[in-house]
Design a protein around this ligand. Structure first.
Ligand code: URA
Length: 303
């Protein structure tokens, strides 16, 4: 199944015919119950809804219709991402500190001010400079045992995580739990010794689960760094390319996986992402070897 935003259905509707579009609009858009507020019959509302589904819409993303043409007619709010450098040039006389315009600098000072995980979560929830926040249902901060020896860093929330507000709760998350259980680790463990702490590079779901953009990773990196510094795990496990890019500054998981590296001043084990393992079960053999390497390192450090 693939996700197509309602706005795309809306655009296609314009091509198909104004009459039909107007009817959908009148139906209160994506809500099947919307027909109650319009002149549409139950049958018409149902077939219009089915028609949107045929166009590829699989999720209602907001309750009220958005006219994208009107939005586009307005001047873009921030077409060029502002940096300390260009905002300084553009407005040398501004009394607002330039730093307030630069998402990376704003994130850095917000993250540095957080003295514990609760205040870090609050600082991230208050961070308004990442557009992903507007499309997501909620912030997905972390799950598991904050005193755990192992901290896992995934990519970004998907649909299930966006709904539940916890990382790795969908199919990939279920596989991750099984993988961890195989080496005696559990996000719901009673003790820190066999606990695990889980977060993502991005706390908000990217639209249609697209890959995070470099600018998004850069502006959220200070929060991730602070997150790791507050948790102080012994080992970081990086799931897939995006977290390798964020923590190691390198991609190429096939080459990186299975070899201990150093990132954020900690030993780091890059692994195939569980979502990749679901699509490529033959790679589970490599993942098993990586899990054993993690287990061996934990045992050596204790023993
Ligand atoms: N994939 C991730 O990388 N993180 C999640 O939380 C869920 C799926």
């Amino acid at each position: 199944m693939f996700l197509v935003p309602i706005s795309l259905a809306y655009r296609k509707a314009c091509v198909v015919g104004q009459g039909r579009l107007a009817a959908i609009y009148a139906a209160g858009q994506t809500s099947y119950l919307g027909f109650m507020d319009s002149d549409l019959t139950h049958r018409d509302a149902k077939s219009l809804l089915e028609w949107q589904i045929e166009l590829g819409a699989t999720e209602a993303i907001c309750e009220a219709p958005i006219n994208r043409f009107e939005l586009e007619a307005r001047p873009a709010k921030r077409s060029v991402p502002q940096t300390a450098e260009n905002s300084e040039r553009a407005d040398a006389k501004s009394t607002v500190p330039t730093h307030a315009q630069d998402p990376v600098l704003v994130a850095r000072s917000a993250a540095a001010a957080a003295q514990n995980l609760n205040s870090l979560q609050a600082a991230m929830a208050a961070f308004d400079l990442c557009d992903l926040k507007r499309g997501a249902r909620q912030l997905v901060f972390a799950d598991g045992i904050p005193d755990a020896r192992v901290m896992i860093i995934g990519e970004a929330p998907g649909r299930d995580e966006d709904i539940q507000g916890r990382p790795f709760v969908g199919r990939a998350g279920q596989l991750l739990d099984k993988m961890l259980a195989a080496i005696g680790l559990d996000r719901a463990a009673d003790t820190a010794a066999n606990g695990v702490y889980i977060t993502n590079v991005l706390p908000w779901r990217p639209p249609q689960n697209r890959d995070p953009e470099p600018g998004e990773i850069a502006m959220l990196l200070p929060f991730l760094q602070r997150h790791v510094a507050l948790v102080q795990p012994e080992i970081l496990v990086l799931m897939g390319n995006i977290s390798c890019q964020a923590v190691l500054g390198r991609k190429g998981i096939t080459r990186l996986r299975g070899e201990w590296a150093q990132g954020f001043d900690l030993p780091v084990m890059p692994m195939f992402h569980p979502a990749y393992l679901l699509r490529n079960p033959q790679a589970k053999r490599d993942a098993w070897a990586d899990l054993l390497a993690i287990q061996a390192r934990l045992n050596t450090a204790t023993g």
